[in-house]
Design a protein around this ligand. Structure first.
Ligand code: NAP
Length: 280
């Protein structure tokens, strides 16, 4: 039921129709009995700034921000949390009634929560390899550093981008085509690339070089078991999927929009899996 008092929040991306965030947030809203709705917005690729300016004042409480707008959202904010500033990108904007825009980045919290929940992984336990050097990789690197990871190795097709993140976290950078040194003795390997998404070959790195008890995680969740995770499973590694990260970054966003944590009894993972399986 939409009423005269319905609170509105949403997600902005381009494209955005594939997003599972509306499914997750609206299931939580319904179960919590909150008069609210969570919708998807698709601003033009070069129009995020205009879109965000138009929301100043709080007619919409806030939005999650996904590809390709996380850097633009960083620029659109008046103030932000330390973790958002460190990540250089935001996935959450809040539109305050006084016209100001506050920002946060809950992706790192989602990442750490997913690693702990699905694999019992502790960031202090050993070297971390991050594949990719975009916004997601940067957020992962700064979060792992803040959580006490002793050795962060960034692997990327474009070495200069890996070097820029490595400098931020006192880590090391490796080119994708010569990354053996990065994988050697790794405790966790996280795929934060978009390789494989647009018809190119999926990411392939020498997973046999990691510790035998290492964890492999893929931020991509379509399909849930990506070729990268399938290779990790074949090698006997514990795996963590991108859907768990998505749900765990959504929970603090929900609380920021609607003032209370999501109701724990809703099986949003089951709902999302059913949607993925149906090919939506
Ligand atoms: P991005 O800024 O566009 O970065 C893409 C990265 O992928 C770059 O490092 C790029 O390398 C690399 N790459 C692209 N094509 C490649 C190929 N064919 N071979 C090797 N490397 C390739 O993207 P992003 O915002 O960081 O997001 C990365 C992924 O994480 C996306 O799939 C996104 O949906 C996902 N993500 C998931 C969650 C979640 O909650 N599950 C949260 C955040 C992000 P170059 O630098 O060489 O171009």
């Amino acid at each position: 039921m939409i009423t005269g008092k319905t609170a509105v929040a949403g997600v902005a991306g381009n494209p955005v129709a594939h997003s599972l965030s509306p499914l997750i947030h609206n299931a939580w809203l319904a179960a919590a009995g909150i008069d609210g709705v969570y919708v998807a917005f698709q601003p033009p690729a070069d129009g995020f700034r205009r879109f965000a300016e138009g929301l100043r004042g709080g007619a919409v409480r806030g939005i999650n921000v996904t590809v390709p707008f996380k850097e633009a959202a960083f620029e659109a904010a008046d103030e932000m949390t330390g973790r958002a500033r460190a990540a250089g990108a935001v996935n959450l904007l809040l539109f305050r009634p006084d016209g100001t825009v506050a920002a946060d980045n809950t992706d790192g919290e989602g990442l750490i929560g997913a690693l702990a929940h699905q694999a019992g992984f502790d960031p202090e336990s050993g070297p971390a390899v991050i594949l990719g050097a975009g916004g997601a990789a940067r957020g992962a690197a700064t979060t792992l550093a803040a959580e006490g990871c002793p050795d962060i190795r960034i692997v990327n097709r474009t070495l200069s981008r890996a070097q820029a993140i490595a400098e931020l976290v006192a880590g090391r950078a490796f080119p994708l085509d010569r990354c053996e040194g990065a994988l050697e003795g790794a405790a966790v390997v996280i795929n934060a690339t978009t390789a494989g998404l647009s018809g190119q070959a999926p990411i392939d790195v020498p997973l046999h070089l990691t510790r035998d008890d290492a964890v492999a995680m893929d931020m991509v969740y379509k399909p849930l078991v990506t070729p990268f995770l399938a290779r990790a499973q074949a090698r006997g590694l514990r795996t963590v999927d991108g859907l768990e990260m998505l749900i765990r970054q959504a929970a603090p966003s929900f609380e920021a929009f609607f003032g209370r944590p999501p109701p724990p009894e809703v099986d949003v993972r089951g709902l999302a899996l059913a949607t993925l399986e149906a090919g939506a």
